[in-house]
Design a protein around this ligand. Structure first.
Ligand code: DAH
Length: 343
């Protein structure tokens, strides 16, 4: 009998050495010996009745000793396992606070929004306030009040989406000029960014695009004021060494009208592919507000004069970021958008 007890002891020691690889495994092992019903030591107790009466006391004592010994063994084993598992967890969760942090990936603003914000920053710095008009206009604000009555040939310059004979999707942010001049009296200095719509679609035109209108009305406003503001604008957007050149042009709502070129910021004016060898790139239309437009809004054109300009936001962005197809700005291709992060 003593031999059986010795064997069980041996089995426990070997089990602890070989099988107890985790706390759960140790628990299973403990059950094999100490489970009150199926455990090997419990079984021994049940055999008591088969033992000769004179040996019972001794047997019982030995089994109890073995049980106590086994309980201690498993208790210690459990503590060792607990410690080991905790250490393994600490090890796996260890953080090296001296490691440089991983750079979090944040999104960036859309190039058109970036360009719009940059333009607003430049002109807000010169004291312009923002006026946001509406995308649906009536014929009067988009054309007639801007000195472009029905059948005026200049209407052909902009292929219009009509919603009804009266209403249309605005073709130009210039419509905002009229609203502002009807509402406020000079001095006026506003910037009006927004979407405009034209039935036009190729590599450099899109049926929907963005413009930024500028309007200044005050006493003694001249083309010199316009040139000064536009020079400031191109220097801030395209670099300090850029300048502008005004060429005569025609818009019904300005007289005189000018087309504004910027000196080529790619080649510094020497002539390259971007400026098609001319050293200049056309960027916007502008002029001195036509007296008729001021009068249409009830502003005395003998007392006041105004300047106006209309900037294409996509065009400004395409030139600045070297984008050759306007569609790239509307396709939301993340590989393109990721490359433009200026704000
Ligand atoms: N509205 C014109 C266009 O869309 C651009 C423009 C030209 C706006 C001259 C102006 C201006 O304010 O003075 O083509």
């Amino acid at each position: 009998m003593n031999e059986r007890l010795a064997n069980i002891k041996q089995e426990i020691l070997e089990g602890i050495k070989e099988k107890a690889t985790s706390r759960a495994a140790a628990f299973e092992l403990r059950k094999q010996f100490l489970d009150s019903k199926a455990g090997k030591i419990g079984q021994l107790m049940k055999e008591m009745k088969n033992i000769a009466p004179e040996e019972r006391a001794n047997f019982g004592k030995s089994v109890n000793e073995l049980k106590e010994w086994a309980q201690n063994q498993f208790q210690e084993l459990d503590e060792r396992m607990k410690k080991r598992e905790l250490e393994a967890r600490y090890e796996s969760e260890k953080i090296d606070v001296t490691m440089p942090s991983k750079r979090g990936k944040t999104g960036n603003l859309h190039p058109i929004t970036q360009m719009r914000n940059q333009l607003i920053d430049v002109f807000a710095g010169m004291g312009f306030e923002i006026y946001e008009g509406t995308e649906i206009e009536n014929d009067y604000y988009n054309f007639t009040a801007l000195n472009t009555p029905k059948d005026h040939p200049a209407r052909d310059m902009q292929d219009t989406f009509y919603l009804s004979p009266e209403f249309l999707l605005r073709t130009q942010t210039s419509a905002g000029q009229i609203h502002v001049m009807e509402k406020d009296k000079p001095p006026i200095k506003i910037l009006s960014p927004g979407r405009v719509f034209r039935s036009d679609d190729d590599a450099t035109h899109s049926p929907m695009f963005h413009q930024m209108e500028g309007l200044v009305v005050d006493k003694k406003i001249t083309l010199c004021d316009l040139k000064g503001m536009l020079d400031m604008f191109v220097q801030k957007i395209y670099g300090e060494n850029t300048t502008t050149r005004l060429r005569p042009s025609y818009f019904p709502f300005t007289e005189p009208s000018v087309e504004v070129d910027v000196s080529c910021f790619e080649c510094g004016g020497k002539g390259c592919k971007l400026c098609k060898g001319t050293g200049w790139i056309e960027i916007l239309g502008a002029g001195i507000v036509n007296k008729k437009v001021l009068e249409n809004c009830g502003i005395n054109s003998d007392e006041y004069s105004g300047l106006a300009f209309g900037i294409g936001i996509e065009r400004t962005a395409m030139l600045k970021y070297g984008i050759n197809n306007i569609k790239l700005l509307f396709e939301s291709d993340i590989r393109v958008l990721n490359q433009i992060d200026d704000n």
